[in-house]
Design a protein around this ligand. Structure first.
Ligand SMILES: Nc1ncnc2c1ncn2[C@@H]1O[C@H](COP(=O)(O)OP(=O)(O)OP(=O)(O)O)[C@@H](O)[C@H]1O
Ligand SMILES: [Mg+2]
Length: 506
């Protein structure tokens, strides 16, 4: 037998699961990092600049407006006690006080010559070195626009939040430039980035640690199922499917697979039992037919004139066996048609009329055995939806059984009724069906205690029930009420066909 070879891509299920987990984890952390780190840095910087503006106070230039004495500052004599030295000292103290308050650097810049050609850092600024490195872009802008300019800048690799305030004194323009280092922001962003990378690495490691065993377990469980499926294909449904009690999809698959195997096993058992019983049932009449024919042959060969009486008896018995064989063949054919799901017709069937016709088939036998049959008056036609041949077949099965179990002089009633559903029932006054046989008798090759002393195969009711179900109805044994048995066939009701329609009974 050809064994299905595994067809797998380069990665297989395990590789794909682990890969998908890794990609998902990495992508999630990457997207989170991009979405968080950029805005975080931006808002931290803005916050730092706003704090600087707030710390500088509402009007940081006012003190300089009063204290700034340019003519004194520009005097050549800067010796101790000179007006220039005193003015410088005063401005320096003012700058220093503000610088201390904000924890940064404060410088005053202006156009001492009154021209707009450039600016000059007044010579008492403390940060001489940084002043050379500082491009003072914000100061230039503040001079040009006459508005305060908040900005960021880097001096000698160090980042600052800055604000430049323009102000006037004696018709001359100055700018107060304040800045404060913001080293803690890149530090904080670096810390968050490091935390992210650590989380990403931990996440990926965890994904591998959890994903690989999970994928391996899944693969192992699926391989076990595959193995069982291959074995089942090779050896048939006797193979046991390994139990998988896990509460997940693979567990569900394994349980469904086990259920399928169980049902296949049952069907296989039923098929074997059926074939065994059917061949046994066929062999019995065949053997007895063979025996009778042999006897007949012996009789004819013996040379003496044959005993005609004996020969007639043997022939009659042989014919009975051949009829029995014919019936069995017909029953088996019916069953195989039912198993092959041959479609039944679905059309309006008038139950009273069909009952009358089938009862007529039994008229000779019932008369000979003194059985009284009666078709109850149903006060009008009862239309059911079904297959006319199958309805007649079911009625034949029921009447055949009822006639078999009825004693001479017994009574047999057939009734057709409408209502919610159409019903056709056959009632006899025979021995009835014992409680423990009520369901058994509907199974194939199952006969009950009372068979009316006649041969049969135990197939009638099984065929009848299956036919009824295939027509959307049911065949059941009514609850015992007094003596005898009552079987009822229920079918969907049908609307009476139009009188002149082609399908109507003539
Ligand atoms: N009206 C009845 N009263 C009592 N027992 C019944 C009646 N009808 C059926 N049975 C029981 O149900 C059994 C199954 O009936 P079923 O028609 O399936 O098979 P059968 O009559 O034994 O054989 P066959 O295949 O020839 O019909 C019978 O053997 C009998 O024991
Ligand atoms: Mg029967």
């Amino acid at each position: 037998m050809a064994v299905a070879r595994p067809r797998r891509g380069a990665l297989g299920l395990r590789g794909r699961i682990v890969g998908a987990l890794l990609v998902t984890t990495a992508a999630t952390l990457g997207v989170a990092a991009v979405a968080l780190l950029g805005p975080l840095e931006h808002s931290l910087r803005n916050a730092a600049r706003q704090t600087l503006v707030r710390d500088l106070g509402k009007n940081p230039t006012s003190a300089f407006v009063t204290k700034l004495d340019l003519s004194a500052l520009l005097q050549a004599d800067t010796g101790p006690g000179s007006p220039a030295s005193i003015a410088r000292q005063s401005l320096y103290q003012q700058q220093q006080a503000l610088a201390n308050r904000i924890g940064g650097v404060v410088e005053v810049l202006g156009y001492p010559d009154g021209s707009d050609n450039g600016y000059l850092l007044l010579p008492f600024g403390l940060e001489g070195d940084s002043a050379e490195l500082d491009p003072f872009d914000d100061v230039v802008k503040a001079f040009q626009t006459g508005r305060s300019v908040p900005s960021f800048g880097t001096i000698d690799g160090k980042e600052y939040a800055r604000v430049a305030f323009p102000f006037k004194k004696d018709g001359l323009r100055y700018v107060l430039a304040a800045r404060r280092p913001i080293d803690e922001i890149p530090g904080a962003v670096r810390a968050v980035r490091t935390a992210f990378i650590t989380a990403a690495l931990a996440g990926l490691a965890l994904t591998l640690v959890l994903g690989i065993p999970l994928a391996a377990t899944l693969g192992r469980r699926l391989r076990r199922l595959r193995q069982a499926a291959l074995q089942l294909a090779e050896e048939g449904p006797v193979v046991e499917v390994p139990a998988d009690r896990a509460r997940d999809e693979v567990g569900d698959l394994a349980r469904s697979f086990a259920l399928m195997q169980h049902q296949l096993h049952q069907q296989e058992e039923a098929r074997r039992a059926f074939v065994a019983t059917a061949s046994h049932e066929l062999r019995t009449p065949l053997t007895s037919l063979e025996g009778m024919l042999e006897l007949l042959e012996d009789e004819l060969r013996s040379g003496d004139p044959p005993d005609v009486q004996d020969a007639r008896l043997l022939l009659a018995r042989a014919r009975a066996q051949s009829r029995r064989l014919g019936r069995l063949a017909a029953d088996l054919l019916d069953l195989s048609r039912l198993d092959a799901e041959v479609k039944l017709r679905s059309e309006p069937v008038e139950l009273e009329e069909i009952s009358r016709a089938v009862l007529a088939e039994f008229a000779r036998e019932t008369r000979e055995r003194g059985i009284v049959t009666e078709l109850e008056d149903s006060a009008g036609p009862v239309w059911a939806l079904g297959d006319p041949g199958s309805v007649a077949r079911i009625l034949r099965i029921l009447l055949d059984n009822a006639v078999r179990v009825s004693r001479p002089g017994g009574e047999l009633r057939v009734a057709a009724r409408g209502g919610g559903r159409a019903a056709l029932s056959v009632r006899d006054r025979g021995p009835g069906v014992p409680a423990n046989e009520r369901e058994l008798i509907f199974e194939r090759f199952q006969r009950g205690r009372d068979t009316g002393g006649q041969a049969g195969f135990g197939l009638g009711l099984a065929i009848g029930r299956e036919l009824a179900e295939r027509m959307g109805g049911e065949l059941r044994l009514q609850d015992a009420d007094g003596t005898g048995a009552e079987f009822t066939l229920e079918l969907p009701l049908a609307r009476a066909p139009e009188e002149d329609s082609p399908g109507s009974p003539s």
